[in-house]
Write a protein that binds this ligand. Structure first.
Ligand code: SAM
Length: 314
């Protein structure tokens, strides 16, 4: 078998991988049912008034999140329960949990879930969403307010697993840019167009990752991959043999990392495509090299230098 070095991929390519509320002015269209005197009073003031998401927007939010039977869906500030109930009933979610501070709405949600025949898979908690343990969620839906989204953002990023999908009706997350935005046009039930925003919670990849690639029998090269991230946007360098290479075309989706690089060597187009996963402080994957008609795959394992982890940058 021809070695990579003999292919001329040597340093330059082998190391290449090295090397509503809608408009905030909307009126509070529907008030929560008033709790009866026997119920607990509302424990603290809601951060957001109750305004239900129109059904058409509920559908688009759950579609955008790609809800399926493997999902556990949390609606933080769940109103009458419609997102959780529809996620189970129409999209087959395994389970749904709604959290609302208003006990009248929690009671109404439980009644609605029973009526919809999903009472066994829907749970509604009377809780402050800032105190809620939502780590098990695979999908989180929100219809809050811009400043409440921002206040919640650090908890979402630290508590949710990488890969968790997040959908917000009408409001963004400040400088955490959405991965997708969909506009639901106005219709009979909602005269104004509504924006919905979608994010995938990114893994924490910041820091230096050390590895060694064996590019020919008995010949290997140590390297460092250095990543800086702002949420899902990642910049990176590969450092090997005293040289620094910019890593192009980096994509981080949840815990999945890809990057690729192409260049022409001796008149032949060569590409390296890396596909891998971040598992805590270990990056594992495969770098596939193509050069002309030749292809070769290298297993890649790199460890993060724990002193250089950058949790705060996620
Ligand atoms: C705009 S409504 C959205 C209702 C539902 N998610 C929907 O889209 O139809 C916001 C909901 O958040 C609830 N809420 C406000 N502050 C809260 C808090 N700190 N903890 C839990 N729920 C809260 C309100 O009671 C209200 O039902």
């Amino acid at each position: 078998m021809v070695s990579l070095g003999a292919l001329g991929l040597g340093v330059s390519l082998a190391v290449a991988f090295l090397g509503g509320l809608g408009s905030q002015t909307a009126t509070i269209a529907q008030l929560a049912p008033t709790p009866s005197p026997t119920e607990n009073p509302i424990p603290s003031k809601p951060d957001v008034p109750y305004v239900p998401t129109p059904e058409i927007v509920v559908t688009e939010m759950l579609k955008l999140a790609g809800v399926n039977r493997d999902d556990v869906v949390y609606d933080l500030g769940s109103g009458d329960g419609r997102l959780v109930i529809t996620a189970i009933k129409d999209y087959g979610a395994r389970r749904g949990v709604g959290v609302d501070i208003n006990p009248g709405l929690v009671r109404l949600s439980n009644e609605n879930a029973q009526k919809a025949g999903v009472g066994d898979r829907a749970q509604f908690l009377q809780q402050d969403l800032f105190q809620t343990d939502f780590r098990e969620a695979s999908v989180v839906t929100l219809y809050l307010l811009p400043q409440i989204n921002l206040k919640l953002r650090p908890k979402l990023l630290s508590d949710l697993k990488p890969g968790t999908r997040l959908v917000s009706h009408a409001f963004t997350m400040g400088d955490w840019k959405p991965d997708k935005t969909v506009t639901v046009p106005g219709n009979a039930t909602s005269s104004v167009p509504r924006n919905i925003y979608y994010w995938v919670v990114p893994a924490n990849i910041s820091g230096d990752w050390q590895g060694r690639v064996e590019y020919a029998p008995g010949r290997s090269q140590p390297y460092t991959l250095r990543f800086n991230q702002q949420f899902q946007q990642v910049k990176g360098d590969a450092i090997a043999d005293g040289k620094k290479y910019t890593i192009p075309n980096i994509t981080l989706t949840g815990d999945r990392l890809t990057f690729s690089r192409s260049e022409t060597i001796q008149g032949q187009q060569g590409t390296i495509q890396f596909n891998g996963r971040i598992e805590g402080n270990t990056l594992k994957g495969t770098a596939g090299i193509k050069w002309g008609v030749l292809t070769r795959n290298f297993p890649i394992v790199a460890q993060r230098s724990t002193t250089l982890q950058g949790r705060a940058q996620r």
